[in-house]
Design a protein around this ligand. Structure first.
Ligand code: ATP
Length: 306
């Protein structure tokens, strides 16, 4: 028991120290290679990715046995579609994302990608087909080129430049003292929140996964930056199966389905227009956001897009 408890506990502390909401999971697995709790099933083969359809079937899960965090969560994301998760803090949104990345195993129920239960395939192949764009990207103390290339280490320079272009950060990198060879991170050039997000987008473009998990930033970027990033994100997610943890409802008006999570359960689901049409949790959240201090940009966005 002690042996199991100590690494978990250490992990929890480390995890919270790095990120509040949704860890930079792709990095974490490299950092924590020796601490993995989840092991591949004997004889597990690689995920045969077809089109990236995701299904949660009656998923129940708790971090600790005595406290269930997700209860009977069932939804599916058809390939190329976008599902958004919204709900109060602590309701279980990030947990859904962590389970799909197989950070933990479900207690009951199953998570299935293209017909394959993720418990039966190798973790390496699972994580190779999923791109994660966290709120806050952890940069390596290395060059900006390496930091982008991390999405696919075999990529060549021209592919790195293309990905940077797609994430709208190429021109910015050219202004850095040594261009793509500029050292970034704690011991190098510090990048702004928006720039780090662009690095995450570039990494993901390079990885070219069928499935994207996106944690929308809560931190305020200025409106113009915000809009530009939103555009890059939308381009990246087009025709890719996407699950987004959304904080600003104005960004998910066009999601194919919105799941409202409360206390670990899906309490409402449907498209934006459907959900605001009936008095419920979502309609309330929408009203609150319109009234809050973000109102100008939310209201503007919603008028613009609807
Ligand atoms: P937020 O919007 O604030 O990010 P969320 O909806 O993503 O919240 P989760 O991070 O999924 O919520 O957390 C759901 C619940 O699980 C919370 O009560 C949280 O305290 C608990 N929890 C999260 N991670 C752990 C962990 N490693 N160990 C134990 N409990 C955890």
């Amino acid at each position: 028991i002690i042996q199991l408890y100590v690494p978990l506990n250490w992990f929890g502390t480390y995890y919270r120290a790095i990120q509040k909401n949704f860890v930079d999971m792709e990095n974490m697995f490299d950092l924590l290679r020796e601490e993995q709790e989840i092991i591949d099933a004997p004889g597990a083969g690689p995920l045969a990715v077809k089109r990236g359809a995701v299904e949660f079937n009656n998923v129940t899960f708790g971090y600790l046995p005595e406290r269930l965090i997700l209860k009977n969560v069932t939804f599916s994301v058809p390939s190329g579609k976008t599902v958004a998760l919204v709900g109060p803090s602590g309701s279980g949104k990030s947990t859904i994302i962590r389970l799909l990345f197989r950070f933990y195993d479900v207690e009951t129920g199953s998570i299935v990608i293209d017909g394959q239960n993720i418990k039966t395939i190798t973790q390496e192949s699972l994580r190779r087909s999923i791109g994660v764009v966290p709120q806050d990207t952890v940069l390596f103390n290395n060059t900006i080129k390496y930091n982008i290339k991390y999405g696919r280490l075999t990529a060549d320079d021209s592919e790195v430049i293309d990905a940077a272009g797609g994430a709208d950060i190429h021109a910015k990198i050219l202004t850095f003292p040594e261009g793509y060879d500029t050292q970034v991170g704690e011991r190098g050039l510090r990048l702004s929140g928006g720039e780090k997000q662009r690095v995450a987008i570039a990494r993901t473009l390079l990885k070219a996964p069928n499935i994207i998990l996106l944690d929308e930033a809560t931190s305020a970027l200025d409106t113009q930056t915000e809009r530009n990033i939103q555009e890059s994100l939308e381009r990246m997610c087009t025709n890719r199966t996407t699950i987004i943890v959304a904080h600003r409802l104005s960004t998910i008006i066009h999601a194919d389905e919105i799941l409202v999570i409360k206390d670990g359960e899906i309490v409402e689901r449907g498209r934006h227009e459907h959900l605001i049409g009936h008095e419920g949790v979502y309609a309330n959240m929408w009203r609150q956001q319109l009234e809050s201090k973000d109102a100008p940009s939310s209201a503007e966005n919603s008028l613009e897009k609807s």
